[in-house]
Every structure is written in structure tokens, then in C-alpha cells.
Design a protein around this ligand. Structure first.
Ligand SMILES: Cc1cc2nc3c(=O)[nH]c(=O)nc-3n(C[C@H](O)[C@H](O)[C@H](O)COP(=O)(O)OP(=O)(O)OC[C@H]3O[C@@H](n4cnc5c(N)ncnc54)[C@H](O)[C@@H]3O)c2cc1C
Length: 380
């Protein structure tokens, strides 16, 4: 019996486990998912959840409800990966051996590095707890300056802070306090999005809605006593409410096991998804160092490659399937409208005619249903 162990059961891990279970008829394999959480969260909803209080069950699902029956879910975490002996040390005190390991542990949000989220006017929307606190802060906001900024790159879903600025504009208008408020979007580039054509469109919409863009702002620190965010170049910007995307790094288990790069991301072959220098370990999703966005869409489009390569290896064949970096991305510009981008390793992000459309807005909303009914279950 050979063991395929998937470490980390977020979207990437669940999807890969389900795909391997569905695609292989072999009786001589066991598929084990090591994941401490009971529920999976549809993270894109955090963006909208900042402004309304939908119950959690609207965008979370018990993992065991979407897991193929052939997958055994161990509700524990791993503290160390012993690659020499092909063993995982688990936090429940046990060890687990593997023949093939898939690392899909996502990122760790380094809130401590910022050291200001305990203040009631410094927030983010990248976790359930943080978004709940942001909801309260927005509810209590009655005018002033809202500053939105990433702290470091890479971070999950590159357009998310850009989108947040659009949605906060809409929210303040709805509450009739937009004229008493200033919205500033800070970004390390000279334009509000890496792709020039998209940035141009975003800038036009920002101008139209009175959102101020502060270019070339490289975040350095928060002066929480004086309510200022400070750049590496010494620029200081005052805020009444700061929405700062926390720094992202790899998980402790990756760093402790010596499997990460400087930030703890897993060096991964961008075509085969094999971890560099490790014959029987693959990696997928946000935990990797792939030169593509940290997004669910990347996981979705790369999962078939990873699953296929493991299945080929089980049959004694070369893991020859290659991921070409293809992915898509919606850029939300209002609760109802979005732009749709697509790109791969071979071409930069393209927009379907640079349109900001209601139909893409609908698509984006409908995605949650597709995510729970098909994507997570490994059907697509
Ligand atoms: C606000 C926001 C908006 C977003 N919008 C979009 C969007 O519009 N489109 C899009 O494609 N993507 C979007 N994303 C990104 C998307 O949600 C993530 O890229 C995706 O969920 C990554 O999945 P993952 O499985 O790689 O990582 P995760 O979902 O982070 O899963 C990692 C799992 O590993 C587990 N784990 C960690 N350490 C250990 C350990 N030691 N042992 C065992 N298990 C461990 C964790 O418990 C977790 O369940 C958004 C994200 C955010 C935050």
C-alpha cells in the first residue's frame, strides 16, 4: 500500500485530494489529508463580508462534506517534515509516513510584524477574525480618512486592495458620508495595478469616484500612536482608519523543515509542480514560490497537472504533465461590476476588451456556488 499524504486542506489540498481519489481506480493507494480545521472558507467573500454581516455558513463548508470518501481526513497539523525518512511529525504526537507528499499549507499572515492590529483603527480583511473586526470599525466610521495599502508583496489576490477601495467608496456613498470622507489607495508602483492597461482603467474609475491614488508608496511601518503610515522613503500619511494587508510568509512547518526560501515559500518547479530537489514531494497553491498570483484560480488550473503527475508516477511513468501558468482573475469595481483578466507564463494579463461589466460581476458572485458545488469537490 502506498501513501499519498496531502499536507494542508485549504482549497488547493482538498481539490488535489479529490482529483487523485476520483481519477485513480488503484486499490493499492491510500490518500490522507492532514488539516487541523473542520471548515473550508471561501476567502474571496471576505472582500464583500467587510461591508455586510452574512452568517459564516453562507461562505464556509465542513471539509468532510466535500471530501471524496476515499480520502482520510486527519484533523491535526504537522510540525516537521523529515524528508530523508519520508515522515511527518504531527502535533497530536504521532508520526505519519508517506510515499508521495503534497505540500499545500498556504501562507502565514505575519500580523505581529505590523504590530498595530490591536488598535481599533488598524484592520485587514484576510481572515475571519480580522474581517469581523473591520466590519465593526466600518460601522462605527462616521467620516475622515480611510487609507488602504498592501504591506509587502506577494500577497493573496493582487487586486483585492484595489477592489476594496471601490467597495468602500460605494459603502460610504450608501451611508451618505462620502462627502465627509477621503479614500487613499497606496501602492508601491507608479500606477495602481501592475498591468498598465488595467491600471489605466482603474485610475480612470478612481478619478471618477474621487479615490486618491498615492504612487510609489513602499510600506515601512505604522506609527499607531499618531495614526500615520510611513513609507521606506519617509513619506507619512495620516489615517482615521487604516486597512493594511499584512505581510505574507510560508508556514512554520516549512521553515522548520528547511523546505522554504527566505520568506518560507516552497521552491517549486513551475511546470511539473515538483518541489525542487525532492523526487517525491509536490507543492501547490499559496505556499509555493511560483511566478504567478497567489490565488484560488491558480490552484484550480494547476491541480490537474499535479494530480496527473502523481498518477503517472504510481504507474512507474515519467511525471510529464506541465502547467503553463494559465489563470484568470476578476477585478471587482463595484458590488455589481467586474473586469476579467486572463494570463499565463507565456503572455501577460489580458483583459477581454478592458470592459467593466455587469455580467462579470454576476460571474464573480456566482463563483461561490461553483466553488462549493464543483471546484472544491474536484469536478472541474
Ligand atoms: C480577501 C481575499 C480575496 C481573494 N479573492 C480571490 C479571488 O477573487 N480569486 C481567487 O482566485 N483567489 C482569491 N483569493 C485567494 C484564495 O482564497 C487563495 O489563493 C486560496 O484559498 C489558496 O488556497 P490554498 O489551499 O493554497 O491555501 P489556504 O486556503 O491558506 O489553505 C492552507 C491550509 O493549510 C493548513 N495548514 C497550514 N499549516 C499547516 C500545518 N502545519 N499542518 C497541516 N495543515 C496546515 C491551513 O489550516 C489551511 O487550511 C482571495 C483571498 C483573500 C484573502
Amino acid at each position: 500500500m502506498r501513501s499519498i499524504v496531502i499536507l494542508g486542506g485549504g482549497f488547493s489540498g482538498i481539490n488535489v485530494a479529490n482529483k487523485i481519489a476520483k481519477k485513480s481506480k488503484r486499490k493499492d493507494i491510500r490518500i490522507i489529508l492532514v488539516e487541523p480545521m473542520e471548515h473550508n472558507v471561501y476567502e474571496p467573500h471576505y472582500l464583500f463580508w467587510s461591508f455586510n454581516k452574512d452568517p459564516l455558513k453562507k461562505f464556509t463548508i465542513p471539509i468532510d462534506k466535500v471530501l471524496n470518501k476515499r480520502v482520510l481526513h486527519l484533523r491535526t497539523a504537522a510540525s516537521y517534515i523529515d524528508t530523508k525518512n519520508k515522515l511527518l511529525d504531527l502535533t497530536n504526537g504521532e508520526t505519519l509516513s508517506y510515499d508521495y507528499l503534497v505540500i499545500s499549507t498556504g501562507v502565514h499572515l505575519e500580523e505581529e510584524q505590523v504590530g498595530a492590529y490591536e488598535k481599533d483603527n488598524v484592520h485587514h480583511f484576510y481572515s475571519t477574525k480580522a474581517t469581523q473586526e473591520l466590519q465593526e470599525a466600518l460601522k462605527n466610521f462616521n467620516g475622515g480618512t480611510i487609507v488602504i495599502s498592501p504591506s509587502t508583496v506577494p500577497y493573496k489576490c493582487p487586486p483585492a486592495p484595489v477592489e476594496f477601495a471601490f467597495l468602500v467608496d460605494r459603502y460610504l456613498r450608501k451611508r451618505k458620508i462620502r462627502d465627509k470622507s477621503t479614500i487613499k489607495f497606496l501602492y508601491p508602483l507608479l500606477r495602481p495595478y501592475p498591468v498598465p492597461s488595467v491600471a489605466e482603467k482603474v485610475q480612470k474609475l478612481y478619478d471618477k469616484r474621487g479615490i486618491e491614488f498615492v504612487e510609489f508608496f513602499n510600506y515601512e511601518e505604522v506609527d499607531k500612536e499618531n495614526n500615520k503610515i510611513i513609507s521606506m522613503e519617509g513619506e507619512e500619511i495620516e489615517y482615521d482608519l487604516l486597512v493594511l494587508i499584512p505581510p505574507h510568509e510560508g508556514q512554520a512547518v516549512i521553515k522548520e523543515s528547511g523546505l522554504g526560501d527566505r520568506e518560507g515559500f516552497v521552491p517549486t518547479d513551475r511546470f511539473t509542480l515538483k518541489v525542487n530537489g525532492h523526487e517525491n514531494i509536490y507543492s501547490i497553491g499559496d505556499c509555493t514560490n511560483l511566478p504567478v498570483s497567489k490565488s484560488g484560480a491558480v490552484s484550480h488550473f494547476s491541480a490537474p497537472t499535479l494530480a496527473k503527475n502523481i498518477l503517472l508516477e504510481l504507474e512507474g511513468k515519467e511525471p510529464s504533465k506541465k502547467y503553463n501558468g494559465f489563470t484568470i482573475c476578476f477585478v471587482v469595481t463595484s458590488p455589481r461590476r467586474s473586469m476579467l483578466l486572463y494570463f499565463s507564463y507565456n503572455f501577460p494579463p489580458k483583459k477581454f476588451g478592458l470592459h467593466n461589466l455587469f455580467i462579470y460581476g454576476l460571474f464573480k458572485k456566482a463563483f461561490k456556488i461553483a466553488y462549493f458545488k464543483a471546484l472544491l469537490r474536484g469536478y472541474l
